[in-house]
Design a protein around this ligand. Structure first.
Ligand code: RB5
Length: 161
């Protein structure tokens, strides 16, 4: 009897950016289509000046609620939008500037949001970073689980206040 291999689940990605990241976000949408990742675009939708916290929040809430599996956020440096994304409980966002950082951000930190800096990283490298980040699993190493649990504890303590 012929066996049908189950299709591997591809993450649904929430994507968002400010004006500085708009061009890179559009490239990311093409990349997602080409590689078979479903995405939801949370804006912004032009290069007109706007504020990165709006999009960091929208993307991180979509991930924290389970609407999307992972998030990718883009601003000029990746710093401001990652700070904003990290304010949502349950979000571990990391700005990555090369593929090693992207792999480690998944293996060690189990990041669920990737931040990119459109004024720092050229688009081809950014797409390599995205690929590495999406394809790398959390290592489930004991020490990494412990450290992530410690972060969650901080979050829970502070949210109770
Ligand atoms: C916008 O000019 C810029 O400040 C923003 O994209 C980002 O780099 C902030 O961290």
């Amino acid at each position: 009897m012929q066996t049908v291999e189950p299709k591997p689940h591809k993450a649904k990605i929430a994507i968002g950016c400010d004006h500085a990241g708009f061009e890179m976000k559009e490239e990311l949408k093409k990349f997602s289509k080409d590689t078979g990742y479903e995405y939801k675009d949370f804006g912004t939708n032009s290069s007109e000046s706007t504020d990165y916290p709006i999009y960091g929040r929208a993307v991180s809430e979509a991930v924290a609620s389970g609407e999307c599996d992972r998030g990718i956020v883009i601003c000029g440096t990746g710093i401001g939008i990652s700070i904003a994304a990290n304010k949502t409980p349950g979000i571990r966002a990391g700005a990555c500037y090369n593929t090693d950082m992207a792999r480690i951000a998944r293996e060690h930190n189990d990041t669920n949001v990737l931040a990119l800096g459109a004024r720092i990283t050229a688009i081809p490298l950014a797409m390599d970073i995205v690929r590495a980040w999406l394809e790398t699993e959390f290592s489930h190493g004991e020490r990494h689980i412990r450290r992530i649990d410690e972060i969650t504890e901080i979050e829970q303590l502070l949210c109770e206040r």
